[in-house]
Each structure stands twice: as structure tokens, then as C-alpha cells.
Design a binder for this molecule. Structure first.
Ligand SMILES: NC(=O)c1ccc[n+]([C@@H]2O[C@H](COP(=O)([O-])OP(=O)(O)OC[C@H]3O[C@@H](n4cnc5c(N)ncnc54)[C@H](OP(=O)(O)O)[C@@H]3O)[C@@H](O)[C@H]2O)c1
Length: 247
């Protein structure tokens, strides 16, 4: 992916990984539009930054995605890139009658939300110079965390969808998957200070360094995510699942 000269949409851009990447890309001189449901957080994110804009968007809602795309088409005709970082994570206890409502919400936002946004964006960006979409999956899409089964499944889905998208959009839109490891953000309560999780700044530094070192890479992998990403190849899935199952 080209790191400069873009007009970029960042969903989930009002906090955490999305916000930090949005700021880094803005620092590099890109025009950046941060999108999410929390308009106040978006306002804080763009404060004092020229060429940074906020957009109300609920990726879980077809109407909201359509309205946001209409606005992007009108106001940002140069739009050529996106980072789809919007997501939620919830805990669910398995084998206790099933919390299908929670699972539906997680899948609707994380997997269908990624699909909804990407599908709506493609007609706006396909064929434009340096068009690119970054999906945000998770190390847990490769070995699940049994305490967050719908979340893990939704991220396995984002990985699979990213492969399909890349194949179909070859030559028109570059598709890059970003599967973060455990990072200190507000994704779940208490996560911002959780022991053993990667500090957000360190994660973003390594992610941006990866983009710079290997601009054509299909996946942006920091060192901490490699054990999960390649567990199947390494024959360590059962061992890692036992470990993750203890949480
Ligand atoms: N932090 C980690 O350890 C980790 C690890 C692997 C993967 N990830 C992934 O990284 C991405 C970013 O997470 P994060 O850690 O940065 O947590 P975060 O700070 O909670 O960021 C998630 C963002 O998504 C937005 N969002 C949630 N639902 C949305 C919806 N329906 N429509 C639009 N925006 C929505 C939230 O804003 P609003 O609520 O205001 O809409 C929030 O800004 C997520 O996809 C997450 O699954 C994180």
C-alpha cells in the first residue's frame, strides 16, 4: 500500500487501533476521514488537524452505510483507501444455553460490517490510483479464544473474506489483512492496562514499520501475532487452544 497521497476512510477511527493508525496516516500527509458511532470521540480525534474529517457511521446498519457512502462520494471524490477497524468484542460462556443475541451482534458488526463497508466502498475506489482496503481481523481468527467464541469466529470470517476479496479485486484494489495480537485498547473492559498485552504505541510503530518495509505485503503481521497466525502451519493449534482455553 502506498503510504502517502491517499484519501483514506478509517472505520472505528474514534479510538484504539483505528484512531492511532488514522493519526499516523494523517501525519504522513494523507487526507483522513474517521468514522464510527460515537460522534464526540470522532470530534476529539480530528480536533486541530486540517484535512482530517469525521463521519457518522454504524457498520452494523445497511442504511447508515449507504448514507455514509453517498456522503463520501459527494464530499471526497478522491477517496481511494480504507482501513476497516470497526469492531466489538464480547465474552460468552459456551454450553449454558447459548447467547445467540450477543453472537448475532458480534457477527453483524465484525464480519457483516466489514463486508457491508467493503462492498459499498468498492464501486467508489476500484480502479483509482493506489486503491487499497485494509481489513482488521485478529490473531484469534487463527486460534480461537473459547471465552469469546463469536468474536473469534467473526475474525476467522474476516480472514476468509479478505482472501476472497483479494482474489476478486486483483489489479483493481489491493487488499491487506491486519490481524492484531492482544493490544492495550478499550476493546474490552480493563484491556487498556492488561498485563501481557502489547502497548498501543508499540503495536502501531511496528505496524507502520511493516507498511514501510514491505509495501506490497498481503498481511501486516507484527511479531507478537506470529505464533497465532502460523499455529496451524507450526502444528501448535492444540497446545495454543489449551492455553487460550484456560482464560
Ligand atoms: N485490541 C486488541 O487486542 C485487538 C486484537 C485483535 C483485533 N483487534 C481488532 O482491532 C479493531 C479495533 O479495535 P480496538 O482494539 O482499537 O478497540 P476499540 O478502541 O474499541 O475500537 C473499536 C472501534 O470500532 C468502533 N465501532 C464499534 N462498533 C461499530 C459500529 N457498529 N459501526 C462503526 N464503528 C463501530 C468503535 O467506535 P463506536 O463505538 O464509537 O462506534 C471503536 O472506535 C477491532 O476490529 C478489533 O476486533 C483488536
Amino acid at each position: 500500500m502506498k503510504l502517502t497521497g491517499n484519501t483514506m476512510l478509517v472505520t472505528g477511527g474514534g479510538s484504539g487501533i483505528g484512531q492511532a493508525l488514522a493519526w499516523r496516516f494523517h501525519d504522513l500527509g494523507n487526507t483522513v476521514i474517521v468514522a464510527g458511532r460515537g460522534v464526540a470521540r470522532l470530534g476529539e480525534t480530528i480536533k486541530g488537524r486540517a484535512n482530517m474529517h469525521a463521519l457518522a457511521l454504524d457498520v452494523g446498519d445497511n442504511g447508515s452505510v449507504a448514507a455514509a457512502m453517498d456522503l463520501l462520494k459527494l464530499d471526497f471524490p478522491a477517496l481511494n483507501t480504507a482501513i476497516l477497524s470497526a469492531g466489538i468484542m464480547t465474552w460468552q460462556e459456551l454450553g449454558r444455553g447459548g447467547d445467540i443475541g450477543t453472537a448475532e451482534e458480534v457477527v453483524n458488526i465484525n464480519l457483516l460490517g466489514t463486508m457491508r463497508t467493503a462492498e459499498a466502498l468498492i464501486p467508489l475506489i476500484a480502479g483509482k490510483p493506489n486503491a487499497a482496503i485494509c481489513t482488521v481481523s485478529s490473531g484469534l481468527g487463527f486460534v480461537p479464544l473459547p471465552a469469546a467464541p463469536a468474536y473469534s469466529a467473526s475474525k476467522a470470517g474476516v480472514h476468509s473474506y479478505s482472501l476472497s476479496l483479494r482474489q476478486r479485486l486483483k489489479g483493481q484494489v489491493e487488499v491487506i489483512e491486519i490481524p492484531p495480537p492482544a493490544v492495550r485498547t478499550g476493546l474490552t473492559p480493563g484491556q487498556e492496562t492488561r498485563e501481557g498485552y502489547m502497548p498501543l504505541d508499540a503495536y502501531i510503530d511496528e505496524t507502520m514499520a511493516n507498511f514501510e518495509r514491505e509495501p506490497g505485503a498481503q498481511e501486516n503481521l507484527v511479531a507478537n501475532v506470529l505464533p497465532l497466525r502460523f499455529a496451524e502451519k507450526n502444528g501448535t493449534v492444540a497446545e495454543m487452544l489449551d492455553h487460550l482455553g484456560s482464560f
